[in-house]
Design a protein around this ligand. Structure first.
Ligand SMILES: [Fe+2]
Ligand SMILES: [Fe+2]
Length: 154
């Protein structure tokens, strides 16, 4: 089994523990949605597609497991590290890259490393395009505009 598949199997099992069916569906849709967006961006930017997808699969898991978004990016980075160490599917350097991206993913108004930015942008694509009839949130507008420009879409 490939390591992305192995990670997804782990994440699926965690998400399947969410009792509320609506919350469970939206959690699954978001993690897989950001994972796809991140992969597209990684292809476009010449970055590692697998690590991008892995970071996306883990990025909000702490919020879904705890039911709270309080400090979820920083706590989520710690959770991601413990999962990746348990599964033993990444090198120390890869684990650091994934966890740093998760740590910074909620800092949408500042610019961090290329992988951090890729995860933020993947998150914004899912937020803005899962229902394109809804207005883009003000705090995500600038980032969304620049992603559309990069991808050549309006
Ligand atoms: Fe988040
Ligand atoms: Fe997210």
């Amino acid at each position: 089994m490939g390591r992305l598949k192995e990670l997804r199997k782990y994440v699926d099992e965690e998400l399947n523990k969410i009792e509320d069916p609506d919350k469970r569906t939206s959690a699954i849709a978001h993690l897989y949605g950001v994972s796809l967006s991140a992969t597209i961006l990684a292809k476009k930017r010449g970055m590692d597609e697998e690590l991008s997808a892995m970071a996306a699969m883990l990025h909000d898991l702490h919020a879904y497991k705890s039911g709270s978004y309080y400090d979820h990016a920083h706590l989520g980075a710690e959770l991601a590290r413990s999962i990746l160490e348990e599964l033993n599917i990444t090198t120390k350097e890869e684990t650091d890259i994934i966890c740093e991206a998760i740590y910074h993913h909620d800092d949408k108004l500042v610019v961090d490393s290329p992988m951090d930015e890729l995860l933020k942008d993947g998150d914004v694509i899912d937020h803005c395009l899962k229902d394109s009839s809804k207005p883009v949130k003000e705090k995500e507008q600038k980032r969304y505009d620049s992603i559309c420009k990069e991808l050549g879409i309006n």
